[in-house]
Write a protein that binds this ligand. Structure first.
Ligand code: SF4
Length: 294
């Protein structure tokens, strides 16, 4: 069947061996999995968030820190039955708080198929759909059962930046529609239904502020937001200014101040030095904070 799982709608016939923009194939491809403790506090719990890092990605961010598996496809093609066992391991052996699906979009049908026998047995964790936010509402609706928490980036407010830095046409409309969709849902678990991550990019702090303005005015400043300072020049960013440097303290502070000015009070501010686990709360309604996130 032609693949239309992400907004690119390549229509690649993956089952027949064709690949589209993301180069995902006819089987789930997984780079690694395991408990992860760097996610936002409501997702971690005592035993960690059960991350499954899928290989390939529907975006091509020139600064991607996961380029070995997102761009270059490192990982292993596995049968769906093996993915079932990975999900079982995270739930039963590791006792994780959730199944945290990192960049799941090219593999949604496989994930549903893999989880089905576990759900039938009563082995069930909340699903976290952890992505760039570059999603289609049609597919979010179709696979809503895999989304108890939408952990979506809102990376850009200007399409020209999204095209240049992530080769993602129409990113702003797609990500905003995805976030609007998640915002409109009723809470399904103890976890928040939506957390919006805003990674501050060097030279583009004003886009993070524009994204916060959109969230506050079009949706609500009550949305949990996660402000991230962790940008580190990597991969093709090393030769592409302004992405070849870290965010300055002044840039980051302009975003954290804007978040306060817009009235955001649920969420977290990553410390400026991401390697430093020191935490700060954006407001007083949410516990804890986070270090480097996936
Ligand atoms: S998931 Fe991959 S193959 Fe499918 S439409 Fe998106 S980029 Fe194309």
């Amino acid at each position: 069947m032609p693949c239309e799982l992400c907004p690119r709608r390549c229509r690649a016939d993956r089952a027949s061996g064709a690949v589209g923009f993301c180069r995902a194939g006819a089987l789930p491809r997984v780079f690694r999995w395991g408990p992860h403790f760097g996610e936002e506090p409501p997702l971690v719990g005592p035993h960690g968030s059960g991350c499954v890092f899928f290989s390939r990605c529907t975006m091509k961010c020139l600064y991607c820190q996961n380029s070995p598996w997102s761009w270059n496809g490192e990982g292993e093609d596995i049968p769906v039955a093996r993915l079932t066992e990975i999900l079982r391991e995270l739930a039963v052996k590791d006792r994780c708080s959730n199944w945290n699906l990192v960049s799941p979009t090219p593999y949604l049908p496989f994930i549903r198929e893999a989880a089905a026998p576990l759900l039938a047995e009563g082995v069930k964790l909340p699903f976290v759909w952890n992505s760039s936010g570059y999603e289609s509402v049609e597919m979010l609706e179709a696979y809503a059962d895999l989304c108890d928490t939408a952990l979506f980036d809102l990376r850009y407010s200007r399409d020209e930046t999204a095209r240049a830095a992530s080769a993602a046409p129409n990113y702003v409309a797609a990500a905003r529609a995805a976030i609007r969709w998640a915002y409109g849902r009723t809470r399904r678990t103890d976890q928040p239904p939506l957390i919006v991550r805003i990674l501050v990019l060097p030279g583009h702090a004003e886009e993070a502020i524009e994204s916060l303005a959109w969230l506050a005015t079009e949706l609500s400043p009550q949305i949990p937001v996660s402000l991230m300072s962790q940008f580190t020049p990597a991969y093709r960013a090393l030769e592409t200014p302004p992405f070849n440097r870290k965010v300055t303290p002044e840039e980051y502070e302009s975003v954290t101040e804007a978040a306060t000015d817009f009235g955001f009070e649920n969420g977290w501010i990553q410390s400026y030095e991401a390697a430093d686990p020191a935490l700060a709360l954006l407001g007083e309604n949410m516990p804890g904070g986070h270090g480097t996130v996936s």
